[in-house]
Design a protein around this ligand. Structure first.
Ligand code: PMP
Length: 422
């Protein structure tokens, strides 16, 4: 029975039931955490073989001693594997160190200090704004804010950012870019469609050096048998006459080891040359030993996909628990909606408007850690105070089930409190 259709007495009874359930959870001494999208220990174990690689055979296919300096582009054999998976020509894809977030940081820092190939002047000292499809990845927004950019929210739909809003804002020359997670977005699981990608590639922008930060962090992180394909943003942008607009990012953080993987940067030939030109002052070369062991571990692109199937076998039951508990416990009451992602690491839960902060506080008080409400929005402010990001990957199945049951009680209690407030 939906909360809206309850009489005053029924609502009081319902609230008393939730309070009793909540009190019982409080005395259970929970210590649960569904805050961050980290791989579970079982997932990390899938890549344990890396720990003893490459062993004594540390030469690359071309005979390079990977222990030594050099090779700014990254190891060709690993770039080939990921070029195929990411749909980027191999000579336009660089392999780097362990974090794609560092590549995003560095490309922005280079733009601030030196400008991009088509910037009239370096970005530093200018009023700069970035478009932030929301809800989105908190670290994207935090990085842009940290660098002094203004954050402009735009709506994120199931097929990508709201193109009309992007077009309107991008006409302003201060707007220099947009964050996009094209496949299985963090946290909603949205997938950018071909037509949205084509429009983004072609939009007339006020800034000549407008950039699409195309962060394909979850390109191969499927949760169903369907391997959703990411649009070819580099090809679309070239065809639209804006070859330098997209910068493509990815990493193996959620394929092998989150702290010891390999990151990738793809772009137009001019962008790649621009990046390498600055990178050469920052480093003499990436960790090629790590790149070599990754190339050997996977073998080829099919090896990566087979490895991701093993991740899926671990993750699918976890996402199934989230779906089951939310639909069993919240479904009948009309107090929340949530995503059913086909891949990625998160479920995005919208609770009753105006109660997300309350839910997070209620959960904290009984030993359940949730990502702070508002985290997925620019300036950590959710205008509707309704979104909570659920990260089911790290906990065990038993802990996850307990966490979801507790979360459901907190959502229902907060909704009942709200419904009673005149
Ligand atoms: N992009 C997105 C969308 C992510 O969700 C994450 C991890 N939470 C990252 C990037 C971080 O990637 P990396 O470890 O390569 O820095």
């Amino acid at each position: 029975m939906s909360l809206q259709s309850l009489t005053t007495d029924e609502l009081s009874t319902f609230k008393a039931e939730q309070e009793a359930a909540y009190a019982a959870l409080g005395s259970a001494g929970l210590s649960l955490d569904i805050t961050r999208g980290k791989p579970s220990p079982e997932q990390l174990d899938l890549s344990s073989a890396l720990l003893t690689m490459p062993g004594d055979d540390f030469r690359s296919a071309a005979g390079v001693d990977t222990r030594n300096y050099g090779g700014l582009h990254g190891l060709p054999e690993l770039r080939e594997i990921f070029a195929e998976l990411l749909g980027v020509p191999v000579d336009q894809l660089l392999a780097a160190d362990n974090a794609s977030l560092s590549l995003m940081h560095d490309t922005l820092a280079f733009a601030l200090l030196h400008g991009t190939p088509e910037s009239p002047t370096p970005w530093a000292g200018q009023d700069i704004a970035f478009l932030c499809p929301s809800p989105g990845y908190d670290r994207h927004f935090a990085l842009a804010e940290h660098l002094g950019f203004r954050l402009i929210p735009v709506d994120l739909h199931e097929d990508g950012p709201d193109v009309a809003q992007v077009r309107q804002h991008a006409a302003d020359p201060a707007v220099k870019g947009i964050w996009i997670v094209p496949t299985y977005a963090n946290p909603t699981g949205a997938v950018v469609s071909e037509s949205v990608a084509a429009e983004l590639a072609a939009i007339e922008t006020g800034a000549p050096d407008f950039r699409i930060y195309w962060d394909n962090a979850y390109a191969v992180h499927h949760l169903t048998a369907e391997r959703v394909k990411t649009p070819d943003i580099l090809g679309l942008a070239s065809a639209a006459g804006h070859p330098n607009r997209p910068l493509v990012f990815a990493s193996t953080s959620k394929i092998t080891f989150a702290g010891s993987g390999v990151s990738f940067l793809g772009g137009s030939p001019e962008n790649v040359a621009w990046y390498l030109g600055h990178l050469g002052f920052r480093t003499i070369g990436p960790d090629k030993v790590n790149q070599l062991r990754h190339a050997r571990f996977f073998g080829d692109a099919d090896g990566v996909l087979a490895h991701m199937e093993r991740h899926r076998a671990i993750l699918e039951p976890k996402f199934a628990i989230v779906e089951r508990v939310l639909s069993d416990r919240l479904g009948p009451h009309g107090v929340a909606s949530w995503t059913q992602p086909k891949g990625g690491y998160f479920v995005s839960l919208d609770v009753t408007e105006g109660t997300a902060n309350r839910v997070v506080q209620l959960a904290k008080d009984i030993g359940l850690a949730l990502t702070p409400a508002g985290s997925s929005f620019p300036y950590q402010t959710d205008p509707r105070d309704q979104n909570i990001r659920v990260a089911p990957t790290l906990p065990s199945l038993t802990d996850l089930e307990a966490a979801m049951e507790a979360l459901a009680t907190c959502v229902l209690l907060a909704a009942a409190e709200k419904a009673q407030t005149p």
